[in-house]
Design a protein around this ligand. Structure first.
Ligand SMILES: C[S@@+](CC[C@H](N)C(=O)[O-])C[C@H]1O[C@@H](n2cnc3c(N)ncnc32)[C@H](O)[C@@H]1O
Length: 348
């Protein structure tokens, strides 16, 4: 929550319990929706090059000034905008995280994914999940009928990949002489594109459900590796994953499955690797939640996985065992960033 309560507010609400703390979450929920709306309507992009008045912005965005102005004012109080008289401008936080300014990482597509696809899914699935422990249909199953939502989800995942990319490239060494990479459940293929870009000998296959293909092609082209990254549509439990790969990525996939399915998937990936191949398995893990905000974020994601896919953040103590039982050796683990770790292992 970019609303930061001052000392008195923290004392009254959080320490002495004299004022209702849940109101902070209510305002934060509004701030999330306001920021996402502003992002999607191009407010932050329009303010990227300097301050503008509400009147001027309304003209450019084809909005009504009477609707836009209160949105801008709320965004000022929640840390997204600064105001000087009648001029509004992006805060430093917004410039850094919600625009394509130099040295920025735009997480806007990630927010948009939650606003347009994930939270609406919560609304329809929560009753089922509370009654039976899992949704009637998973979010991924519903995406087969909605290509626009499927692409919004993949673009959201791209934004998270951009945040983790440096840590991942540091933690996962490409085997000497490697030429073939398999990105299992690779979706958008941003990770595959990054590995290929840093290793000139490498080509990659991104294996995922067919609805991920559009964004994967966009991402490969945007990173100038379109000729070395191919997309293969299929079900990683049922369809042929190929063979003789040198490096396989299994990123953010385990949390969608139960232990038996994860064992089965890792065994299939083992068989798709050639002799001397390497696997890298990345996910969110509870032990990586080292501060209250990250602890809450991981509990939030775990709840989300139960609601959207009927699974949850895996117990990381079991991952080395799954890898060893699948035939891998020399399992090692590295922290990648807040909340995330990667296990790397070798195939004989
Ligand atoms: C959380 S995303 C991870 C995407 C990417 N690996 C990353 O880390 O950003 C999980 C991916 O697994 C894919 N997926 C889920 N079930 C699958 C299945 N049975 N076969 C192939 N892909 C599947 C989804 O379409 C989605 O792209």
């Amino acid at each position: 929550m970019p609303v930061v309560p001052n000392t008195l507010e923290r004392l009254a609400m959080l320490r002495l319990n004299r004022a209702p703390g849940p109101v902070l979450d209510m305002v934060a929920a509004g701030a999330f929706r306001a920021a996402t709306t502003a992002y999607e309507h191009g407010v932050f992009a329009e303010l990227r090059d300097g301050p503008r008045t509400a009147f001027d912005l309304a003209q450019t965005l084809d909005a009504h000034e009477d609707g836009l102005r209160p949105l801008l004012d709320f965004l000022v109080t929640t840390g997204y905008l600064d105001r000087d008289g009648i001029y509004y401008e992006n805060s430093t936080m917004t410039t850094r995280w919600l625009t394509d300014a130099p040295a920025s990482t735009d997480v806007g597509p990630w927010l948009a994914m939650w606003e347009t696809v994930v939270f609406p899914f919560w609304t329809t699935a929560l009753d089922d999940v509370l009654a039976t422990g899992e949704p009637d249909r998973t979010l991924y199953e519903t995406l087969t009928e909605d290509p626009e939502a499927a692409s919004a989800v993949q673009r959201g995942f791209v934004a998270t990949a951009e945040l983790a990319l440096d840590g991942v490239l540091d933690a996962v060494a490409v085997p000497e002489g490697a030429t073939r990479l398999l990105d299992v459940g690779g979706g958008h293929g941003r990770y595959a594109a990054a590995f290929v870009a840093t290793t000139p000998t490498l080509t990659a296959t991104v294996f995922d459900r067919p609805e991920a293909a559009a964004v994967a092609r966009e991402v490969a082209a945007a990173n100038a590796v379109g000729d070395r990254v191919r997309f293969e549509a299929g079900d990683y439990f049922a369809d042929d994953l190929g063979s003789d790969y040198d490096l396989a990525l299994v990123f953010n996939v385990l949390h969608a499955h139960d232990p038996e399915e994860n064992r089965r998937l890792l065994a299939r990936v083992h068989d798709a690797l050639g002799s001397g191949g390497r696997i890298a398995v990345l996910d969110q893990f509870a032990s990586e939640a080292r501060t209250p905000a990250w602890e809450a974020a991981l509990a939030f994601l775990n709840l989300n996985y139960h609601i959207t896919i009927g699974a949850g953040i895996p117990d990381e103590a079991t991952v080395p065992e799954w890898l060893t039982d699948a035939g891998f050796r020399a399992v090692r683990r590295e922290s990648v960033g807040p909340g995330i770790a990667v296990f790397v292992a070798e195939r004989d």
